[in-house]
Ligand binder design. Structure first.
Ligand code: BTN
Length: 259
């Protein structure tokens, strides 16, 4: 692949095909520098959040994983909690530069274009403390091959680029934003509010102010109003059933349209 913009921003490991770029990067993490990127447009066993599969037709989607080494002493637990949101925001900004549509973040890190999912992020903590940030972007998937009824692709949303040019623009925009946001978070010692990250995420996040259904990892469900994002990056939801505010750190959030 010819990716000059991205190659100027990070070391790229380009694979014709792989099972999962997150797994590939995890396998070489100990001997790789921060911001090493493993990418492909053909991922055969992609993993999504909450143990789901991530499916994309070969050649029509980007799978890219970026290595971060946030020093836990410096970034703190709160700063760590913001990394998936940071990645989602970076991708939302990159995609927003390519399509003339409403590009928002669904907490914690789905990128929606006009309310449909164009990108998902899977952040995984490795045993040595490094973090693998994996993003799957639907590039040119036509309507009849979209993986779910709520998906979309950049081509369907008006992106004009194709092939390597589209991959390079998405990835380079993402890496540039990621470096800037991550650098600011480190400089603020992991304080997302002081670094401006919290405000920037809240600004992009279409979950806030919405009626949502939350499915928690243990199988518990709740409906309520998404109020905000707390200092650790958790979604605060006022639960209708009991009026309490629930801080959601992991779980599936559905935007409800008609409540
Ligand atoms: C989600 O929305 O559930 C997250 C999807 C994350 C998919 C990406 S594709 C690149 C990286 N490798 C994987 O196996 N998963 C992530």
């Amino acid at each position: 692949m010819d990716l000059p913009r991205s190659a100027a921003l990070a070391r790229l490991v380009v694979l014709e095909r792989t099972a999962s770029t997150n797994d590939e990067l995890a396998a070489i993490a100990s001997e790789s520098d921060e911001f090493t990127v493993v990418l492909t447009t053909e991922q055969t066993a992609g993993r999504g959040r909450l143990g789901r599969q991530w499916i994309a037709p070969p050649g029509e989607a980007l799978a890219a994983s970026v290595l971060l080494r946030p020093d836990r002493e410096r970034v703190g637990a709160s700063g760590h909690g913001w990394l998936p949101l940071l990645a989602g925001l970076a991708m939302a900004r990159s995609i927003g530069a390519l399509v003339d549509r409403d590009v928002s973040l669904k907490w914690p890190n789905d990128v929606l274009v006009d309310g449909r999912k164009a990108c998902g992020v899977l952040a995984e903590l490795e045993p040595d403390g490094s973090v693998v940030l994996g993003s799957g972007v639907n590039l040119t998937i036509p309507a009849d091959r979209l993986p779910t009824p709520v998906s979309t692709s950049l081509a369907l949303c008006g992106a004009r680029e194709r092939g390597d040019e589209l991959v390079d623009r998405v990835l380079a925009g993402y890496l540039r934003e990621l470096r800037g946001l991550y650098g600011a978070l480190l400089a603020a010692r992991g304080d997302a509010r002081a670094s401006g990250l919290a405000a920037a995420v809240a600004d992009r996040c279409s979950t806030l102010g919405r009626e949502v259904r939350v499915e928690l990892p243990g199988g518990r469900r709740a409906r309520g109003l998404a109020l905000g994002i707390d200092a650790d990056g958790r979604l605060e939801v006022r639960v209708h059933a009991d009026g309490r505010v629930l801080a959601v750190s992991a779980g599936d959030v559905t935007h409800l349209r008609y409540e």
